[in-house]
Ligand binder design. Structure first.
Ligand SMILES: [Zn+2]
Ligand SMILES: [Zn+2]
Length: 251
């Protein structure tokens, strides 16, 4: 009799777990409860496969430029860089976890508060796509503004990486000159995107540490001016770290 009850209790616990996962997956809970569900948290072995997903209205024509820049800087680290196409959040999902914030000095501030999306919302989509496409690492490029799911005070991020889940997201809004009430500058925007992509991929490959060299793409930047100051590549010290990894993984 008691074993029957125990079996029944276990069954209830399992269904409870399933329901919680489902609820979290669809973002029904509050933004900071966007718990990530990742059934495949394997260690990455280099060289590996990388996928790029375009979220929202980010232009896909940037794919080739971005992929060739990654190949140039992280030479032989990736077998394949795959264009995963466009992804749009459903109407319901789009409104989940959003936070309205103003950005001091931004042109949009005059108009209204900006609706920011939590990074975990992107990470969950990326985790699912990573598994579905049998990839090792995955990145999202989006025009939507983002805030960090790990800290409610980190708003208007240029990008963020999640090492546990081998995912990263880059937001283009704050990389645009128009955001700062200045004239559009395609060349500058292009370079900033490339630098941010390299920075976040750099985290996925080299870890969370930042570089102290102000010219290195792995330097932490709080402003676009700091981004503009950096090279579109790694400093000698960071290149040596790549070399070390190449030796470890023997390629
Ligand atoms: Zn960083
Ligand atoms: Zn460096």
């Amino acid at each position: 009799m008691s074993s029957r009850i125990k079996r029944f209790e276990r069954r209830i616990a399992r269904s409870k777990e399933k329901i919680i996962k489902l609820v979290q997956r669809w973002g029904i809970l509050t933004p900071f409860q966007f718990q990530l569900v990742d059934p495949q948290m394997n260690e990455v072995v280099f060289p590996c496969n990388l996928g790029i997903l375009f979220c929202g209205a980010f232009l896909r024509k940037y794919f080739n430029k971005i992929a060739s820049r990654i190949e140039l800087v992280f030479e032989s680290f990736f077998f394949n860089i795959i264009d995963l196409g466009r992804y749009r959040f459903s109407k319901k999902m789009m409104s989940k976890g959003i936070k309205k914030e103003k950005y001091e000095g931004a042109s949009v501030q005059i108009l209204e508060k900006v609706r920011l999306h939590p990074t975990n919302k992107f990470y969950q989509v990326l985790i699912d796509k990573r598994i579905e496409n049998n990839l090792d690492m995955i990145m999202a490029l989006t025009n939507l503004p983002i805030y960090s799911s790990s800290s409610k005070d980190i708003n208007f991020l240029f990008g963020e990486a999640n090492l546990d889940h081998k995912t990263c997201v880059i937001s283009s809004l704050t990389l645009k000159e128009q955001f700062y009430k200045r004239k559009r500058n395609r060349g500058l925007y292009n370079l900033r995107i490339q630098k941010e992509v390299l920075h976040e991929i750099g985290h996925l490959v080299l870890g969370l540490d930042h570089c102290e060299n102000r010219l290195c793409v792995m330097k932490f930047c709080q402003t676009v001016e700091e981004i503009d100051f950096k090279y579109t590549g790694l400093c000698i010290k960071c290149q040596k770290k790549l070399e070390k990894l190449r030796n470890i993984y023997n390629f």
